[in-house]
Design a protein around this ligand. Structure first.
Ligand SMILES: Nc1ncnc2c1ncn2[C@@H]1O[C@H](COP(=O)(O)OP(=O)(O)O)[C@@H](O)[C@H]1O
Ligand SMILES: [Mg+2]
Length: 292
């Protein structure tokens, strides 16, 4: 049984007054539980479009996507949202932390719609997750007081707090220096190994790509397995082009709330305030493990 399977997936868009554009062309990819896959490709090759397919954010124009062997097309969009929220964690180049919210509040966010025990223990769970990424001393820090590496760690804690079975990362180290990038990747690996989650890492950095067990290259929408991503003939110009400018990175079109399992952007108004927690909540955070 595979976790996720793409069969002959094609994605075509028809921009206004222009001919149809095939962004993904016959993509076959099977992700097993605990898998570790890297995908490299030039800017504009379709990487983010592919990530949106893998993350059940968009459906293919033709071909099929199976999650736990069930066709994704058979889910309603609300079911797909729930599945995504429960099973998939996203890590992006831009950290997308909510400003004016502490690290703890940011990580608590995906648990706001959890039910029962998880909901009531959400602050404890979020605090434990922040401790796991080495930020137990930063629970109450605002994002703008954290370094880039620390912000990415908070974003990773938020992505992983619901224990996803699939971690999808789109240029996760693109905004970090080399050393910080390496330690952030080690962290994702560590959590993935601990929880048995599968990872799909999209990157233009061969040293990051080489950490994966299986490697692919995307070229004009065609996905091909490669033996060693470091042997890919990337020119210096490629690398420059592949590091997106901040404005470009911010406009990937991915719905930030959808990837947090919090519905769509239009539902923002209904988002509960994480600071607005019950009176027993902080007591629970301080309570020793196992008391409730
Ligand atoms: N909705 C869309 N309408 C028109 N063109 C699109 C759309 N989405 C993506 N594209 C184009 O498809 C190509 C692949 O985009 P993308 O998946 O973002 O590539 P990458 O992440 O590899 O840079 C780019 O040329 C992009 O401009
Ligand atoms: Mg992209």
């Amino acid at each position: 049984m595979s976790l996720l399977a793409l069969r002959a997936v094609t994605r075509t868009v028809i921009p206004q007054d222009q001919p149809a554009l095939t962004i993904l062309n016959g993509v076959d990819l099977q992700i097993e539980p605990g898998d570790h896959v890297s995908i490299v490709g030039r800017s504009g090759s379709g990487k983010s479009t592919l990530l949106n397919m893998l993350g059940l954010l968009d459906l293919p124009t033709s071909g099929e996507i199976l999650f736990d062997d069930r066709p994704v097309r058979s889910y309603s969009s609300a079911q797909r949202d729930r599945l995504r929220g429960a099973a998939i964690g996203f890590v992006f180049q831009q950290f997308n932390l909510l400003p004016g919210r502490t690290a703890l509040e940011n990580v608590t966010m995906p648990l706001l719609y959890a039910s029962g025990r998880t909901f009531w223990r959400r602050k404890r769970i979020a605090a434990d997750m922040l401790a796991l990424v080495g930020l137990e001393h930063r629970l109450n820090s605002m994002p703008d007081r954290l370094s880039g590496g620390e912000q990415q760690r908070v974003a990773i804690a938020r992505s992983l707090v619901r224990g996803p079975r699939l971690i999808l990362a789109d240029e996760p180290t693109g905004a970090l220096d080399l050393d910080t990038g390496q330690s952030v990747m080690e962290l994702i690996d560590e959590v993935a190994v601990q929880t048995g989650a599968a990872q799909v890492i999209i990157t233009h950095d061969p040293t990051i790509a080489r950490r994966a067990r299986r490697h692919f290259r995307l070229d004009r929408g065609v996905l091909t397995p490669v033996d060693d991503p470091s042997l890919e003939p990337l020119t210096r110009r490629d690398r420059r082009e592949m590091a997106p400018a901040p404005e470009e990175a911010a406009s990937t079109g991915t719905d930030e709330l959808a990837v947090l399992g919090l519905g769509t952007a239009t539902a923002t108004a209904t988002l509960p305030d994480p600071a607005d927690s019950g009176p027993t909540d902080d007591a629970r955070l301080d309570a020793p493990e196992g008391e409730d």
